[in-house]
Design a binder for this molecule. Structure first.
Ligand SMILES: [Zn+2]
Ligand SMILES: [Zn+2]
Length: 258
């Protein structure tokens, strides 16, 4: 028999490879000043952490997550084998995908908001992610390891279990969620970006959250703006031309500061 990689292993490692490939492409486009949401100068001045530290932080994060994911897959595995059972129909797959998206969004919204509400958790855990005031693609998963575990790994496990998707489907779901998260941090407003077209929760929306004026708003991630809308943490913003090229997000003029 040939070399076979189980779906569980792929579901764990494909998102990691895709993370670096996708954010690597964005790193190449980094100097497109006309599409950036912040200037390069701002990136260097406002960010509180070096790129080297960010890379190390993300790698540590991904290592821990991979170990936990393999453990979770092992514990929850049904031993059905890859080819066993009928293939789910497209409708079933779509339903599982949407369910997983809603579960992940719900989990992440409340955990994320609580991390801002609780001063101890913010100071010791979530503030690490906010060291990137000017987000860039490979900083997307720059988090405290405990945050990665709580928000991403447990959130991912819940969405996997509650949606009932197979390990094979989860390869695509987790890869998609990874690409979406990287895109939300890319810091570029490129024409033709389909995420910007299909999702209100996108690069500009999450950029608002990384700014001082928006840090108590736009907690929703990574897919929809639903919970911000329902619970009143949605900050309306505009995307304007920035002096010196590119774009910038701004709170709408009549918006009262909280
Ligand atoms: Zn935050
Ligand atoms: Zn972020």
């Amino acid at each position: 028999m040939g070399f076979a990689v189980s779906d569980e292993v792929l579901g764990t490692f494909a998102p990691i490879v895709i993370y670096w490939v996708y954010s690597g492409i964005y790193a190449l486009l980094d100097s497109f000043e006309n599409y950036r949401l912040h200037s390069k100068i701002d990136e260097d001045e406002k960010n509180l952490v070096s790129k080297r530290t960010v890379v190390k932080g993300v790698l540590l994060q991904q290592t821990i997550q991979a170990v936990v994911a393999i453990l979770l897959f092992t514990v929850t595995g049904n031993d059905s084998g890859d080819a066993a059972g009928p293939k789910p129909s497209l409708i079933v797959l779509a339903r599982q995908f949407v369910t997983a998206m809603l579960v992940l969004d719900t989990w992440q919204y409340f955990m994320h908001r609580y991390m801002h509400h609780n001063k101890f958790l913010y100071k010791h855990i979530h503030s690490q992610h906010h060291r990137l005031v000017v987000p860039y693609a490979f900083g997307a998963l720059y988090n405290h390891p405990l945050e990665g575990l709580l928000l991403d790994t447990i959130g991912g496990a819940l969405s996997f279990l509650l949606s009932g998707m197979s390990p094979r489907a989860s390869i695509f779901f987790f890869s998609f969620a990874t690409v979406k998260t990287v895109d939300d941090h890319c810091g570029l407003w490129l024409p033709g970006n389909l995420f910007h077209f299909f999702f209100r929760n996108n690069t500009a929306y999450h950029d608002v959250h990384h700014q001082l004026y928006g840090s108590k708003y736009n907690f929703s991630q990574p897919f929809f703006v639903m919970w911000d809308r329902i619970l009143g943490t949605y900050m309306p913003y505009s995307l304007d031309k920035r002096a010196g090229g590119g774009f910038e997000t701004r709170p709408l003029k009549d918006y009262k500061d909280a």
